[in-house]
Write a protein that binds this ligand. Structure first.
Ligand code: COA
Length: 174
């Protein structure tokens, strides 16, 4: 069996939001990630991509992608991955029973702020499908704004929306 290696930021450490904490994926999380990915409620949002233990290890070891587990009240509720940098983006899913409570927005905002404020990233984007109204709204709530509507391409099976993180870092003082 392959050996676990987490790709991405070598110095990745937990990122703290108001209601969630994101911590770098560890070897002990692999089985949970496999269970989540086997769930049709997750599969449908990840372009139907399925994983074996071996292919999950490859996925988690990609050089330019840092995988995080999303925790709420100390329990794993989802997965968020960061790719690229200093311009790059996020992908996320929550376990079905964790959705609809604002946890996704909280995690997305916390990570986008971390990339901008702690890592000096100049651009953080997300690319939800246009049909995924809940995701578009969640990213809006996290501080992302719609930049463009795009057609199917090599990386997207349906029309999609490019959104960029633009929350107010430093509110203007009157
Ligand atoms: C997208 C996702 C991460 C958002 O996280 P979340 O915590 O569920 O998001 P929120 O609770 O902030 O919900 C966002 C908005 O959608 C609404 N909403 C949530 N679930 C809904 C549902 N089932 N039906 C209708 N509206 C819903 C919320 O009320 C909220 O509305 P608001 O803008 O008026 O506040 C999460 O729903 C998820 O994992 N979905 C499946 C995977 C996915 O789509 N990933 C994103 C790929 S880009």
């Amino acid at each position: 069996m392959g050996k676990f290696h987490r790709g991405g930021f070598e110095n990745a450490s937990p990122v703290v939001g108001d209601r969630t904490v994101l911590r770098p994926v560890a070897e002990a999380d692999v089985d949970l990630l496999l269970r989540w990915h086997a769930d049709p409620e997750v599969l449908g949002f990840w372009d139907g991509e399925t994983f074996t233990h071996a292919t999950m290890l490859v996925e988690l070891a990609r050089d330019d992608v840092t995988p995080y587990l999303v925790l709420a009240d100390g329990e794993p509720v989802g997965y968020l991955q960061v790719w690229g940098g200093p311009e790059g983006g996020l992908d996320m899913f929550l376990a079905p029973d964790a959705r609809g409570r604002g946890l996704g927005s909280d995690a997305g905002r916390a990570m986008a702020r971390h990339l901008r404020d702690d890592r000096g990233w100049t651009r953080v984007t997300v690319d939800p499908y246009a049909w995924n109204e809940v995701a578009v709204r969640a990213w809006r709530n996290a501080g992302f704004v719609e930049v463009s509507c795009n057609e199917v391409d090599d990386e997207h099976l349906a029309p999609w929306v490019l959104m960029e993180f633009r929350d107010a870092a430093y509110p203007c003082q009157s």
